[in-house]
Write a protein that binds this ligand. Sequence first.
Ligand SMILES: C[S@@+](CC[C@H](N)C(=O)[O-])C[C@H]1O[C@@H](n2cnc3c(N)ncnc32)[C@H](O)[C@@H]1O
Length: 270
Amino acid sequence: MSTFDAEWLALREAYDLPARSDEVEQAFIQALPNDRVQLMDLASGSGATVTALSHKLRQSGRQEQNWTLIDFDAGLLARAVEKHAGKPDLSVSARTVNLATDLSALPYQDIDAVTASAFFDLVSQEFIVELVGHLARHRLPLLASLTYDGRTEWTPHNGSDATILGAFNQHQTGNKGFGAALGPNAPAILAGELEKAGYRVIRQTSDWVIPTGHLPMQTALLEGWLQVAMELEVDPRIRANWDADRRRQMAANGLSMTVGHVDLCAIPED
Ligand SMILES: C[S@@+](CC[C@H](N)C(=O)[O-])C[C@H]1O[C@@H](n2cnc3c(N)ncnc32)[C@H](O)[C@@H]1O
C-alpha cells in the first residue's frame, strides 16, 4: 500500500465517502458564496474531494463550481480532471505544485475557500502555521476531511494490537516530505492553530468502518501495518503471530476494523 498510489486512492474512496461528516461539510458549504464558488483543493490526488462535495454543492443551490486542484503528482491530477470533465456547472483545472516548497505561490486571492482530504497528517506543524497564515490573511474557510487521528480498533481484539498500532502511529510522525509529520496529532494541532488565528472550528469524527468480508481493504491495511512494524523492528514473533491470527480471521469473515479520522471545518469569525 503506497500512500499516494492511484489504486490505493480508489480503494479507500469507498470508505472515505460514507465516513465524511455531513454536518461538517454542510457548515463549510454554508460559509461559501451563494451562487458561484471558487474552490482550491490541496493534495487532491485523483480528485476525491470534488467527488464528495460537488453534488452537495449542487444540492445546496450553487449554480457554478470552479475547482483548482493542487498536487505534485501530475498523473493523479490528470485522472482527476478527466473524471470530472463534461459537467456543465463544474469546471476543474489542475496545477502541479510541490506544497512542501511552494505553499506561498498558490492563488489564495482568486478563491472563496480551501479544501483538503487525507492530507494534514502528512505535514509538519510549520506547514500548518504557514497555511493558516495564508488562510487568515485572505479570510478563507477551510474544509479538512479525513485526517488520521491515531485510533484503530480491530474486532476481535488481539493482545498485540497495541504494539502494532504503536509502531504505526510512530511511523506516521516520520518525514513525509514536509519535515516531521504531525501524524495522529494533526487534528488537534490544525484546530488549535486555526482557533488561534480567529477561526471558529467545527469538528466531527469521520472513522472508516471496515466490516467483515471487506478483504481487499483489510488486506491492504494489514500489509501496510505489517510493513511498518517490520521497518520499526517490532519483534518478528509478534508480527508473525499477529499476521497469522488476522489472516485466519479474515479468511473466516471474522475480522472488522475501524480507523479513526477527524473532519474539520474552519470559518473566519466576523
Ligand atoms: C493520501 S493522498 C490523498 C489524496 C486525496 N486528497 C484523497 O482524499 O484521496 C495524499 C496526497 O498528497 C499528495 N502530496 C503528498 N506530498 C505532496 C507535496 N509535497 N506536494 C503536493 N502534493 C503532495 C499526494 O500526491 C497525494 O495525492
